[in-house]
Design a protein. Sequence first.
Length: 306
Amino acid sequence: MLIAVRLRIDLAYDGTDFYGWAKQPDMRTVQGETERVLHTVLRVPEGDDDEPLRLTVAGRTDTGVHASHQVCHLDINEETLARCVGHMQVEPVMALKRRLQRMLPNDIAIRSIEEAPEGFDARFSALERTYVYRIADRSSEIDPRIRNCVLHIDDDLNIEAMNKAAEMTIGLHDFGSFATPNPGGTTIREVKTAYWRRIPQHPLIDDGNTMGERYRTPAVESGLLCFTIVADAFARNMVRSLVNGCVQVGIGKRSVDWFAEKMTTPLREGSTGPIAPQGLTLEHIEYPEDDQLAIRAEAIRAKRTL
């Protein structure tokens, strides 16, 4: 009798050259690349109905969007998992981690793999997701080394006005002006935190000791304008569309009252489309204690209403 085990896989990726997370025919995606390597290291033919090696992700990211900490789960038979051990004198889960780290392309990194606790579902057990959108505006010094994860805007942005807009998103709302529902789903989401802050200019090592050097190496994010948003879940294009709305307010193209009207009237139209993807990174996914995982998953599957 085959015994199935569920693995939790934590990973990161540079989304620049990916057409998003979700597997698509003839397109390079994070899920597609990761599953391809899984089939290779576990010696399972693609299309095997008995061992599909299908990843379930906490939150699908769009084309060009990054993740510093994404979470997915994989259901796999113990016998299949054991195939990756080979000559390594380690447990199968560790063997799988090492083989994936070695064989995945360099724009995907495995942070950890572990046997998931009972009731864990990467998508439905999650309590909240944290995204950050990074902008270099006219007041920022542009560092070409981080161009793939920062959007450059040649304007001075009014942070005070943008924060007035961001504050309106906090709470349970229908984000129909800024998002597209999945089939059978809604655009109702609960935002817990949303704010804009400029990263202060500070040294890479800020311990008060110069160690004798005359020049203090600055942190690479110094001076950037960052939007942090935390919600229980996000609808499609929601974060990038909210960022675009805030930026339009910040450059004076739209008013705070306009943003308020979009929040109270959940109707999608041309002025609330998504901003460019490269500034957006999925930073963190929070889960409850192990004994609450199944309860959370069951509750979140229910269709929401206001």
